[in-house]
Design a protein around this ligand. Structure first.
Ligand SMILES: Nc1ncnc2c1ncn2[C@@H]1O[C@H](COP(=O)(O)OP(=O)(O)O)[C@@H](O)[C@H]1O
Ligand SMILES: [Mg+2]
Length: 380
């Protein structure tokens, strides 16, 4: 019978959760006062889930998750923290913690997550029986390209839609475009895709989400790309938490050759999650002083977070005479330059028509520059 350990038996949450989970006859529940006490059981009986509740410090739970990851153990760690801040969430995400709850979320919600996780793991552990054995292949993993800028209107959505369309259409790659501008996503409009299914549906599926279900939420475009669109109503964005986004990106990576991510003009948790999962980050800047300054500041911030290793700079509207010349940008940024996209009236025209430039005007300078960028990134 799957074993769930609840550490933090002194606290109210731990006790209430144990009572709630005790109602499920298919689970064996064991309480422990501290993680130290639980250690031998964790080593000897490989529980499906360890829930770390107050008064145990959440960092201890993160450390346990890191240890499980290092050991290649499939034991899942769920955290209950009094007051999780962004730093804790980031650490938890990195360590592979399954879920972070606050006591106020209620034990019913926690129990639901624990039961689903435990069931998934015990299914995986079942002997393979007479299933046909397939040779173990390395898991397929897509290249993730995130288009980023903390400034609006610099061309992130134009570029991400065109990059994804070029990957799918010109390079014949299996490509998913993920619109993480959750409140005001433009991908649906720029590609004329009806938002009948969106990332909101995927987030609502919680732990039931698997690649097959996720594929059902993608909307297909004539270029060959598939899009996971932003929610229709801004208030739906709230339920698309950073944990869900991490889960969705991880799953999309198993489903495509490329995952291209469009982002809002911010450094929100959701955007940081995307950056953390990225193989290539394309920082978009235009050649005006505010944009260059903004890019400099955000690159410094990414550097601080250790997320700037894969950042490449794309100058958009790079020929506008009234603005800075490309050589006027700082050397540190110039070193990372991968593409200059000219300014052209055909861009707003294509946005209004809902057809990407790379398909609408493939011979234009803009389309050539974008396809060149895509080839460069794809071959790296
Ligand atoms: N290379 C370009 N030439 C001309 N106009 C452009 C170019 N790139 C973007 N634009 C215009 O700028 C507007 C904002 O672009 P968008 O991709 O929506 O920015 P963001 O997603 O960064 O907010 C678009 O409507 C488009 O018309
Ligand atoms: Mg945009």
């Amino acid at each position: 019978m799957p074993l769930v350990i609840i550490a933090g038996s002194e606290g109210d949450t731990g006790q209430q959760l144990a009572a709630e989970l005790g109602l499920d006859p298919s689970l064996q529940i064991q309480m422990a006062e501290s993680l130290e006490d639980a250690r031998d059981t964790i080593d000897a009986s490989s529980p499906t889930v360890v829930v770390v509740c107050p008064p145990i410090e959440p960092v201890e739970g993160v450390a346990l998750a890191t240890l499980m990851q290092r050991r290649d153990s499939d034991t899942v760690v769920v955290l209950v923290a009094e007051d999780p801040d962004a730093a804790l969430l980031r650490a938890a995400l990195k360590a592979g913690v399954r879920d972070v709850f606050m006591p106020a979320d209620g034990v019913a919600t926690m129990a639901e997550s624990v039961i689903a996780a435990s069931a998934a793991i015990s299914r995986r552990r079942e002997p393979q029986g007479n299933r046909v054995e397939t040779p173990a292949e390395p898991p397929h993993s897509a290249t993730v390209i995130t288009v980023f800028s903390t400034k609006g209107g610099v061309g992130k959505s134009v570029l991400s839609t065109n990059i994804a369309a070029a990957l799918a259409h010109d390079l014949g790659k299996k490509t998913v475009l993920l619109d993480l501008d959750l409140e005001f996503g433009d991908v649906s409009v720029m590609l004329q895709l009806p938002p009948e299914r969106t990332i909101y549906d995927a987030a609502q599926a919680f732990d039931r989400l698997d690649p097959q279900m996720l594929a059902g939420f993608l909307v297909k475009h004539s270029s060959g790309l598939s899009a996971l669109l932003a929610p229709v109503r801004p208030e739906e964005a709230e339920s698309v938490t950073m944990n869900r986004v991490a889960q969705i990106i991880t799953m999309l990576k198993t489903m495509a050759d490329y995952v291209v991510i469009d982002t809002p003009a911010s450094l929100s948790d959701v955007v940081l999650t995307a950056l953390e999962h990225s193989d290539v980050v394309l920082a978009v800047a235009t050649l005006d002083i505010p944009s260059v300054k903004n890019t400099k500041v955000s690159l410094a911030k990414l550097h601080q977070l250790g997320l700037d290793g894969s950042v490449r700079l794309v100058l958009n509207r790079a020929d506008s005479k009234v603005w800075l010349e490309p050589h006027e940008i700082e050397k540190a940024m110039a070193d990372r330059l991968v593409a200059r996209i000219p300014s052209d009236r055909i861009v707003p025209r294509s946005v209004n028509r809902g057809v990407p430039v790379v398909l609408d005007a493939p011979r234009s300078g803009v389309a050539r520059a974008i396809v060149g960028l895509v080839r460069e990134v794809a071959s790296a």
